[in-house]
Design a protein around this ligand. Sequence first.
Ligand SMILES: Nc1nc2[nH]cc(C(=O)O)c2c(=O)[nH]1
Ligand code: SF4
Ligand SMILES: [Mg+2]
Length: 264
Amino acid sequence: MPTKTLYLAPEGIFPLVGRTSGLTSLGLPFGGTLQGEGLLAGMPSLFIRLAGCNLRCTWTGHGGRTIACDTPQALAVSHGRGSTISELIGTLEGALGALTHLVITGGEPLTQAEGLVTLLKAIRQSPTLRLLHITLETNGTLFNAEVAKSVDLVSLSPKWNATPQGFSSRYIHVLQCWLDAKVLPNSLQLKFVVGSKEDEDQIANDILPHLNLCHHPPILVMPLGATPEELRLSAPYAVAAAIRQNWRFCPRLQVELWGNRAGT
Ligand SMILES: Nc1nc2[nH]cc(C(=O)O)c2c(=O)[nH]1
Ligand code: SF4
Ligand SMILES: [Mg+2]
């Protein structure tokens, strides 16, 4: 029996029009927001935020400040809200409007791989949803070949400083599985958070040399920070890394525009 339930973070599918207000979290009378990060930054999109993550990231930002995960509400699957696949399909069909892009994020979506595969199959079978461009945001610690086949863009965002042990050969192996599964142009992006020169050095020296990048996936860097102020302090490091290494800088529009409010 395929899993028929997924656990969603409090904001669930977002942004949706509220029943009483008639408006979304952006104050609009129709669903959707802008993809804030990566190659598709600026693309109108609906989001699904799944609950549960297998990591607990912290970074050292400007001045030695500790910066924690930007979606703490999505970390514990036990705080998640159970939703059946058919409920989710119904909500997506009702909210889609003119949108063509869906982003599945978390938490770490692959912690619910079985349910995710069922959801992706259901989307591809829905006459309304089947042509959606689907981006999967993942930390790259867990691989699933079915998921890789069913999404259009894998946004692979390694979190090398999430564990005290740092980057393991196992983590490198799983990242390589994603890289080998998504070889077509625009089907995979590597997206790194940079808040210091040490972050740049880790990416350049401890991660990228261990990966086979023969298909030349885009390598993006975005500033560390869950508030506009933190972004402003980190941006010079991400800009310097981008120019020094010939990586592509990308913004975090949702933080700049809406201060990383949940559901935006
Ligand atoms: N607008 C918007 N863009 C995003 N890109 C990645 C997001 C994420 O939380 O994974 C995100 C998000 O939460 N909101
Ligand atoms: S992988 Fe993402 S969701 Fe999980 S703890 Fe790290 S930043 Fe948060
Ligand atoms: Mg995020």
